[in-house]
Design a protein around this ligand. Structure first.
Ligand code: PEP
Ligand code: MG
Length: 324
């Protein structure tokens, strides 16, 4: 299927009205890396490090992790890789960790909450990442940050890891970006200072949507009940774009919706300039982005909001049907 899109593989995702969207890919295993070239992705916008922890039956050692991350960076050949620190809990349970008996795991002890409460694993992982970079640029992102203080605390851990590496005489990364995932509505309302301090933000749309509509992403009964193109949700996302624009914070979107062409077009229309998706989606998304006028789509979204429509999907699908 990828072959259909080889003719545009090296071309940018530029819309008819001249807006260019960066398309990156989601990955999590070494086996995903060859797709960087074949898909035409500009980099890895989300590397889910928990997959390496989930495929084993014991906690990986720091040396193993750092060798693995180094191989990921080698394979990326200078393209940016956004390493997301361990995102466990909720639907991702490590077989070798005592399971928590939580009534609401999605709202429970997960991701950065585990990382900050039990910093041993996070410290080991940060050290492994720094060592893997070994003088190269490094980008790290913390999952499920719900308030400014959690980001600050995670940064303190990174500072400690850097100090340790320096004391050991190891090479530090040539540049270091530290971002957060915006997956809880609370973070969209964090103080301005948070937006100033964070190096970049990535919207985790799968979780953000689940919490916005209070609808379990794993529950077939409610999962599809609320449309991503629901005007309320798009308005909410646009507010995040505006805050990031105002503070000059780089913003991307890395949930599954980024890889759905109609959704991707709407995300671009409300101002997202970077989308990360599974590699196979890059061709179809790019192909459509190159054929649309994002200003026109934006006008459709605004009109739908004005008219009190629930979702902009019917109007956008109609617009797309009329493209030649
Ligand atoms: C998300 O929540 O949108 C996301 C990208 O993270 P995950 O799907 O791994 O929770
Ligand atoms: Mg998530």
């Amino acid at each position: 299927a990828q072959e259909r899109y080889t003719s545009i593989r090296e071309k940018p995702a530029t819309s008819l009205d001249g807006q260019t969207i960066a398309l990156t890919m989601n990955a999590g295993l070494m086996a995903d890396l060859p797709s960087l070239d074949s898909s035409g992705a500009e980099g890895v916008g989300l590397f889910r490090t928990e997959l390496q922890f989930l495929v084993r039956n014991q906690m990986p050692r720091r040396s193993e992790l750092s060798a693995l991350y180094a191989r990921v960076l080698d394979a990326a050949q200078g393209k940016r890789v956004v390493f997301r620190t361990l995102d466990i809990g909720s639907d991702k349970v490590l077989p070798y960790m005592k399971p928590n008996d939580e009534p609401n795991p999605a709202l429970g002890w997960r991701a950065i909450r585990v990382g900050l409460d039990k910093p041993g694993i996070m410290r080991m992982q940060l050290q492994a990442l720094l060592r893997a970079a070994n003088g190269r640029p490094l980008t790290v992102m913390f999952p499920f940050v719900a308030q400014f203080e959690e980001y600050r605390a995670a940064r303190v851990e990174m500072d400690k890891a850097l100090a340790r590496e320096r004391a050991l005489g190891h090479a530090l990364p040539s540049s270091l970006e530290i971002g957060a995932m915006l997956e809880t509505p609370s973070l969209a309302f964090a103080p301005d200072k948070f937006f100033d301090e964070v190096d970049f933000l990535s919207i985790g749309g799968n979780d953000l949507k689940q919490f916005f509509f209070a609808a379990d992403r794993e529950n077939e009964r409610v999962r599809r009940r609320y449309d991503t193109l629901n005007v309320s949700f798009l308005t909410f996302l646009e507010g995040i774009v505006k805050r990031c624009d105002a503070s000059g914070t780089a913003l991307s979107f890395c949930g599954e919706d980024a890889g759905r062409p109609v959704e991707a077009v709407c995300l671009a229309a409300i101002g997202l300039r970077s989308l990360s998706m599974r590699p196979a989606s890059i061709g179809p998304v790019k192909s459509l982005l190159r054929r649309v006028d994002l200003e026109a789509v934006k006008a459709l979204i605004e009109a739908a909001a004005q008219e009190g429509q629930q979702s902009v999907r019917p109007a956008v699908v109609e617009y797309l049907r009329n493209l030649n």
